[in-house]
Ligand binder design. Structure first.
Ligand code: RP5
Length: 166
């Protein structure tokens, strides 16, 4: 992790979410985005979670990423307690395979949005990319990193397509 000022707060509802959230962490590291990672639950540790959300902006956090499964209220709960942008990752940890988490995260009432990603590890990776894009509006160095990231994506896809023999 970088020693720069922490700009991204990543929270997950349980340690059991860590495998899925790993994709988010990998991208944050690849893009060298300064982040912190906490385990907080809207249901099991509501007071700690509220304190985290309410203090995040004053501590210098600029974007919050929240991943949770089951009736996933973590991202929405965060959004209710801060005006920072909140990116939600619905995690497919329940018998409903993330449909419950998707609806709980995406169906926020008017006025309190959560930028909801795809279910599971792809969504976790995209949460990091979206956080980078938000920060790129303010920090030119992250805009440059995003341009390189996109270029690499295109190059990898082109190489894979070229090597594909059917
Ligand atoms: C949610 O409950 C967590 O985000 C996790 O996906 C799910 C199950 O948690 P554990 O029972 O595995 O701790 O709050």
């Amino acid at each position: 992790m970088s020693t720069e000022k922490i700009l991204i707060g990543v929270v997950m509802g349980s340690t059991s979410d860590s495998d899925i959230m790993q994709g988010c962490i990998e991208v944050l590291r690849e893009l060298e985005l300064p982040y912190e990672l906490k385990v907080l639950s809207a249901h099991r540790t509501p007071e700690l979670t509220r304190q985290y959300a309410e203090s995040a902006a004053d501590r210098g956090i600029e974007v919050i990423i929240a991943g949770a499964g089951w009736a996933a209220h973590l991202a929405g709960f965060m959004a209710a307690h801060t005006i920072l942008p909140v990116i939600g990752i619905p995690i497919d940890s329940s018998p409903l395979k993330g449909l419950d988490a998707l609806l709980s995260t995406v169906q926020m009432p008017p006025g309190i949005p959560v930028a909801t990603m795809a279910v599971g590890s792809g969504g976790a990776r995209n949460a990091a990319v979206l956080a980078a894009q938000i920060l790129a509006l303010k920090y030119p160095s992250y805009a440059e990193k995003m341009k390189v990231y996109r270029k690499n994506l295109t190059q990898t896809a082109t190489e894979k397509a070229g090597a594909w023999t059917g």
